[in-house]
Design a binder for this molecule. Structure first.
Ligand SMILES: NC(=O)c1ccc[n+]([C@@H]2O[C@H](COP(=O)([O-])OP(=O)(O)OC[C@H]3O[C@@H](n4cnc5c(N)ncnc54)[C@H](OP(=O)(O)O)[C@@H]3O)[C@@H](O)[C@H]2O)c1
Length: 343
């Protein structure tokens, strides 16, 4: 039976997460270069919150469907598309548009789902694993024996970064905000975990900790203290600013402006004399660079990691509860939405 409609979560414009509303849309004919996927799981990312509140530089203007990754089953293959057949299980990345029961995608953005992974694990994999891989290998130049500080180590990106660091012979040291998360990480076999104290700089000094590489997506004083704890030749890789996370459904612009004015700044002359550096990136840029993205995915395919940890599964209708949990900072591993495929 041909599917004629799909369900999506769409916002008329960024600014307030409450505007995100469910809609049913008629499906047009499949473009010949595309593949139609019946989505069984959607991976949530912190970037979704920043896009919905308008704090993300890549936020689309006007109405948009959030969502950067999904997993499901191929329903239909366009006349000029190849590489997949109806019934194939796939995971995929998309530059927005992922919060949907059906997604049309170019084959370049789809990856076969390993046989022993479920859809939620597939939807939890591409964006966060690519982010961790890019930070560690391309910018971080991780080598065996290097000590790597990884903030939010029980989160989506953080946990993948912990596993990849270990797989590449580095020594991961994770930080988290709660003793519960720290205990959970220890259960996963990571023995070096810090529960961040209010004065993180003092905590690092007291414990005499120094690092070759730091992965930071929090910002502010945590980032400053981490930079100060770098050894000579050390690198701070920055890829987010969770300290700007709104506590409500929309940003407190005054608070955000205050934080922005007080953001850490780095002096390149000091970096030369102290022999430490700061690097930063935003992977959304990669969506346009298909060849580079395929190369990164192929590299990742050669590192045998276990499937990602899905910490929280929500029915598709409960997107607001799922986003509230992610925004609260209490989630562990990945938060996933599960639409009934083929709606
Ligand atoms: N640049 C890129 O290309 C790129 C790509 C993907 C993700 N990112 C960034 O990487 C980070 C992790 O993304 P993710 O999707 O994997 O999310 P996540 O780590 O699963 O969740 C975010 C975590 O941020 C921490 N956090 C710190 N301060 C917070 C605050 N004020 N409010 C709420 N949470 C706070 C919390 O962990 P703890 O409190 O335990 O630290 C929370 O669990 C995000 O900042 C995201 O924007 C960047």
């Amino acid at each position: 039976m041909t599917t004629t409609h799909r369900t999506v979560w769409q916002t008329p414009r960024a600014g307030n997460i409450s505007r995100l509303a469910q809609q049913t849309e008629q499906l047009g004919p499949l473009p010949p270069d595309q593949i139609r996927v019946g989505v069984s799981a959607v991976g949530l990312n912190f970037a979704d919150i920043f896009a919905l509140t308008g704090l993300y530089s890549a936020t689309p203007a006007g109405a948009f469907i959030p969502g950067l990754e999904f997993a499901g089953t191929v329903l239909e293959v366009g006349a000029d598309a190849s590489g997949f057949a109806p019934g194939d299980r796939v995971m995929g990345v998309t530059r927005f548009g992922g919060y949907a029961s059906i997604v049309d995608s170019e084959p370049d953005y789809l990856i076969p789902l390993p046989d022993d992974w479920d859809f939620a694990q597939g939807a939890a994999w591409p964006a966060q694993t690519l982010t961790a891989w890019y930070a560690l290998t391309r910018l971080g130049a991780l080598e065996k024996g290097l000590q790597v500080l990884i903030h939010s180590a029980a989160g989506g990106v953080g946990l993948q970064a912990m596993k990849l660091t270990r797989a590449l012979g580095g020594i991961p040291v994770g930080t988290v905000s709660s003793v519960e998360k720290a205990a959970w990480l220890r259960e996963q076999g990571f023995d070096k975990v810090l529960v961040r104290e209010r004065d993180f700089a003092r905590q690092l000094t007291r414990e005499d900790l120094h690092f070759d590489l730091v992965l930071d997506a929090i910002g502010g004083k945590v980032q400053q203290a981490s930079f100060a704890a770098l050894k000579p030749m050390g690198r701070l890789v920055v890829f987010g600013a969770a300290e700007f996370t709104p506590t409500g459904k929309r940003p407190n612009y005054l608070k955000a402006a205050w934080r922005y004015l007080r953001r850490p700044r780095y002096d390149v002359m000091d970096m030369i004399s102290s022999n430490r550096s700061v690097l930063a990136f935003n992977l959304i840029w990669l969506w346009e660079q298909k060849a580079q993205m395929r190369a990164l995915l192929a590299e990742l395919g050669r590192v045998s990691l276990p499937p990602p940890h899905v910490g929280h599964r929500f029915p598709f209708d409960d997107v607001h509860a799922a986003l509230d949990l992610l925004r609260s900072g209490r989630s562990v591993g990945k938060v996933v939405l599960e639409p009934d495929a083929h709606r």
